[in-house]
Design a protein around this ligand. Structure first.
Ligand code: NDP
Ligand code: HSE
Length: 429
């Protein structure tokens, strides 16, 4: 029987799951692909580390990652080490040497995707990355291939499991942000540096990848407007619940007048919206297309076995391409669209103000909104005297006008604090 030989870069959470899956499903894989898929080298930092891998893998360990990408036997390099360097140079070298690549590295793809795809194109090899967004959820193939004939309007999703877990625990159990974060860390959901989750860097990288594919233009992580969840309070979540909303960290990519708009920020969404019921560390991506209408992809966005499934799927796809002499779909960023500045975006806003409880205060606050062209949809007062707070929901307004409103509110004597501001999505069109 023919053999397809794999070199692994990394054998951590994802890499070890890939090795277990290839071993456990060996005979099925042989029948599905028509060849044996053999791992021949595995690069790690510390070969003596305890790992949950199939018997015999230890003999394949090397601390020299370059030896993996230079090994003439290796046909597919699986990069599950993470980070920018040395992953970038290793993958470029692998492709220049005619090797196909599977990577789960969203950080690398979202910053240097163009360089990688150019290298793949020059070398005529496949570069697959299903695991990079949504872990075990098939997203990249459906967007690139199944929806190739569709015009996608909007992609909106929950693409970070850690923050979704924290927001779920805060709203359902009433636990504090820091206690929920500690629990997420204990369960292994967070990035090595959890600020990548909390501050929104991880979902921004994923949003850039999704936007690039959905709108056929290169969007990098730095193009994505980003706000994290650290400022969300129990009080915001409670007000959201009273208004019929759930609070979620959303990644949103939209096509607007020939431009693309890409952002990651917390938002209130109606409890009736399909994304509102996505709990714990689950991920979900909601796609709106011109003909297909609305689609939702839901599942486990992190963890070794789910993510490993996507990696193995890519490996087998490439193995079939090698055997048939074909190639998969390469880079689909064939246009150059402008990324729309956040200031020109429209949204509804929730605003919580601490105010003096005196005659005329509401009128002066309303005056600031009106003066800046922001229309108030609803307003009510909570508490009296020193505890007085105004909760406002605006109609759709331009971000630039909202920022001017907040600036003027902070200058107003009657407003002691602009306590919270959050966008409201999925409400007014
Ligand atoms: P881990 O930290 O668990 O594993 C990284 C592996 O790479 C380790 O085996 C490590 O070796 C090895 N490694 C790192 N640097 C080097 C180096 N310079 N030379 C040789 N080996 C090296 O990461 P994960 O498995 O969690 O993540 C891997 C990739 O998958 C990342 O890009 C991540 O963003 C992505 N991903 C992860 C998901 C998850 O749920 N974990 C979900 C989706 C994507 P050693 O073990 O000896 O330290
Ligand atoms: N830290 C990431 C998350 C892992 O919480 O979603 C998967 O990319």
């Amino acid at each position: 029987m023919k053999q397809i030989r794999i070199g692994m870069l990394g054998c951590g959470i994802v890499g070890s799951a890939v090795l277990r899956m290839l071993a456990r499903n060996r005979s099925d894989i042989e029948r599905r692909v028509g060849a044996q898929v053999e791992v021949v080298r595995v690069a790690v930092r510390n070969p003596s580390k305890e790992r949950d891998v199939p018997e015999g893998i230890e003999a394949l360990y090397t601390t020299d990652a370059h030896a993996v990408v230079r090994d003439p036997l290796v046909q597919i390099v699986v990069e599950v080490m993470g980070g920018i360097e040395p992953a970038r140079s290793l993958l470029v070298e692998a492709m220049e040497g005619g090797k196909h690549v599977v990577t789960a590295n969203k950080e690398l793809l979202a910053s240097l995707g163009r360089e990688l795809f150019d290298a793949a194109e020059r070398a005529g090899v496949d570069l697959y990355f299903e695991a990079a967004v949504g872990g075990g959820i098939p997203l990249i193939h459906p967007l690139k291939e199944s929806l190739a004939g569709e015009r996608i309007r909007k992609v909106m999703g929950i693409v970070n499991g850690t923050t979704n877990f924290i927001l779920t625990r805060m709203s359902e159990e009433g636990i504090s942000f820091s206690a929920a974060l500690a629990e997420a860390e204990r369960l292994g959901y967070t990035e090595l540096d959890p600020s990548a989750d909390i501050e929104g860097f991880d979902p921004a990288a994923k949003a850039a990848i999704l936007a690039s594919i959905a709108f056929n233009t290169r969007v990098v992580a730095g193009d994505v407007y980003r706000e994290g969840i650290a400022a969300i309070t129990q009080q915001d979540i409670a007000f959201a619940a009273r208004l019929g909303y759930a609070v979620k960290l959303l990644a949103i990519a939209e096509s607007q007048d020939g431009e693309v708009a890409v952002r990651v920020h917390p938002a209130m969404i109606p409890r009736t919206h399909p994304l509102a019921s996505v709990r714990d560390n689950l991920n979900a991506v909601f796609v709106q297309g011109e003909n297909v209408g609305e689609l939702m992809f839901l599942g486990r966005g992190a963890g070794g076995p789910p993510t490993g499934t996507s990696v193995v799927g890519d490996v087998l796809d490439i193995a079939r391409n090698i055997l048939s002499g074909g190639r998969g779909v390469g880079c689909t960023c064939y246009t150059e669209k402008t990324v729309r500045p956040m200031e020109t975006m429209f949204a509804q806003y929730y605003i919580l103000l601490k105010v003096a409880d005196l005659p005329g205060v509401l009128a002066s606050v309303a005056g600031v909104f009106g003066h800046n062209n922001v229309s108030i949809g609803s307003v009510w007062q909570e508490g009296v005297g020193e505890e007085a707070q105004l909760v406002l929901i605006t109609h759709r307004a331009m971000e630039r006008d909202l920022r001017a409103t907040l600036h003027d509110l902070r200058e107003l004597e009657a407003v002691t604090k602009v306590a919270s501001v959050m966008r409201v999505e999925g409400g007014e069109a």
